[in-house]
Design a protein around this ligand. Sequence first.
Ligand code: FPP
Length: 242
Amino acid sequence: MTDTSTPHHVAIVMDGNGRWASKRFLPRIAGHKQGVDSLKRCARACEARGIKVLTVFAFSSENWQRPQEEVSGLMDLFALALGREVPQLKADGVQLRFIGERQRLSNRVLRGIAQAEAATAANQQLVLNVCFNYGGRWDIVQAAARVAAQGLAMTEQHLNQRMALAHVPDPDLVIRTGGEQRISNFLLWQSAYSEFFFSDKLWPDFDETELDLAIQTYALRDRRFGRVSDLVDGASTPDESN
Ligand code: FPP
């Protein structure tokens, strides 16, 4: 039987920062700042629960369409947070990876990303994938372009090996906070057989209790990967190596 008690890989759409701030008559960026704190807490809580991979959606390919003030505020926050948080993340055994298109990012952000990845590369405790200037469609297209450029057949395996998250197994559990129930161009390829948990909590309010609820809900799911239940036929686990 497939063990689903603790997810190996949790992915999160951290939604609701703007509403958290608006409810307090604060600028939206104040919500994003709280969002960074919430992410730090969440990473620590995941590590404590034996989760090995955490992937978060920090800035989507579509987020450039937000007001200029919010976009530049998010870029500043991102660069600042990288400088400030990396030493502690390094000490906590977190390996940081940044997933997404690098093209539109400023030199300051690119430098921060390179330094954070280099400083934490040897860590094994938790892989934290930060999707930044990321979109699931972009990921599929970039992988397909690389397969084509190499003159290979367009197979699932060749694509899989070139997707931006090829270094980790697919997410077991995808959480979205903020009350909306949609995927918003996040991990389109990789979430084919993920379990979903939608939380009404705004991301800055997402805490250990809500994480535990998500994990408990996940543990009750019967993951079939397109087959009949293990309880029915005792079927073997599918190849999850990708
Ligand atoms: C969605 O909330 C959140 C974002 C677009 C940004 C998430 C970013 C962070 C939590 C900061 C991450 C920083 C680092 C360093 C990784 P929203 O603005 O769409 O909220 P709303 O739906 O209430 O408007």
